[in-house]
Design a protein around this ligand. Structure first.
Ligand SMILES: Nc1ncnc2c1ncn2[C@@H]1O[C@H](COP(=O)(O)OP(=O)(O)O)[C@@H](O)[C@H]1O
Ligand SMILES: [Mg+2]
Length: 298
């Protein structure tokens, strides 16, 4: 993970870039390090005669090894962005590139972790992780080795023969994380992965994800509606507007890791949180006045 310095007693000046067509971020020179690149992405869903644009001119770039968060209100199009990157949803306009190649469908380069753990209930921990490796053309011994390795990394080696219903929610999400990581994708997309967990388990798993990102050169994109979660994990936060979904602002997170409870108690952290909250609420009120103006006077 990249990070700037923690600023001690001084007031944090959030670095914010607007969400213009220029990319919703500062222009950079180091193009070679771009890993995920969205340009002018738009998507409209049609139901019968009614159509609704859910993404409009979405632009952002995530560099190799970077961990970015997408924060936005429910329904603003966060999951749709991940599905576009994963090749599960085809945009109507714009381009999506991962590692310099246009995305045209699901690829082994990209892994996804969902809020619903999506484990197969009739398979054990080990079998669930092996199942994730099934489609990879690797020798069986390599698959077994990776499976063992990732069960240990997430602390479940002793639970390898247990079934999902015998595990807590946090443990099930660890299996799901290990199943994705064992495929060794270069980009990991996480769609509100901790949303179904209690606060304490969520905090442990957040720390675990930070540790995984510090150990290897991985690129991550986390979708969340929790601003604190974005501030605890991400190098940069893309703040989304709704109706239609766009990147309204990009915020650089200036805190070094470990980002712990002590950091959460600082004025700088509270200031960053409030700043992003203001960006979000401004976008939500803009979006609702847009909806009101389209539906005519009340
Ligand atoms: N396949 C689909 N068909 C029609 N509408 C969809 C489809 N997928 C998502 N939507 C709509 O698009 C909007 C954005 O959805 P989503 O990306 O899941 O938002 P978020 O993840 O931010 O909650 C929602 O209003 C949702 O109902
Ligand atoms: Mg979603």
């Amino acid at each position: 993970m990249t990070a700037g310095g923690q600023t001690g007693q001084s007031t944090v000046q959030p670095v914010v870039h607007g969400g213009s067509a220029a990319g919703g971020e500062a222009q950079r020179e180091d193009k070679a390090l771009d890993c995920v690149e969205l340009r002018g992405v738009g998507k409209t869903f049609t139901h019968g005669r009614e159509s609704r644009q859910i993404l409009a001119d979405v632009n952002f770039t995530v560099r190799q090894g970077e961990f970015c968060a997408i924060v936005g209100a429910s329904g603003c199009g966060k999951s749709s962005i991940l599905r576009v990157i994963d090749g599960l949803l085809e945009p109507d306009t714009g381009s999506v590139r991962v590692n310099g190649r246009d995305v045209s469908g699901p690829s082994a380069d990209i892994g996804m972790v969902f809020q619903q753990f999506n484990l197969l209930p009739w398979k054990t921990v080990q079998e669930n992780i092996m199942f994730g490796l099934d489609s990879l053309k690797l020798p069986k011994a390599v698959k077994r080795e990776r499976c063992q390795h990732w069960m240990s990394v997430v602390g479940l080696a002793e639970w390898s023969g247990h079934y999902p219903h015998q595990l807590s929610g946090g443990m099930q999400q660890r299996v799901s994380l290990a199943r994705t990581m064992a495929r060794e994708p270069s980009v990991v997309l996480m769609d509100e992965p901790f949303g179904a967990l209690d606060a304490l388990t969520r905090r442990f798993l957040q720390q675990e994800v930070v540790r995984l990102w510090q150990e290897g050169e991985r690129t991550g994109i986390l979708v969340t509606h929790d601003i604190e979660e974005g501030l605890l994990l991400a190098d940069r936060i893309f703040v989304m507007s709704a109706n239609p979904g766009r990147i309204a602002a990009t915020v650089e997170v200036p805190f070094e890791h470990p980002r712990d409870e002590a950091l959460q108690a600082t004025a700088e952290f509270a200031e960053m949180k409030e700043h992003i909250w203001h960006l979000l609420t401004a976008e939500i009120s803009k979006a609702s006045s847009y909806v009101r103006s389209r539906s005519g006077p009340a």
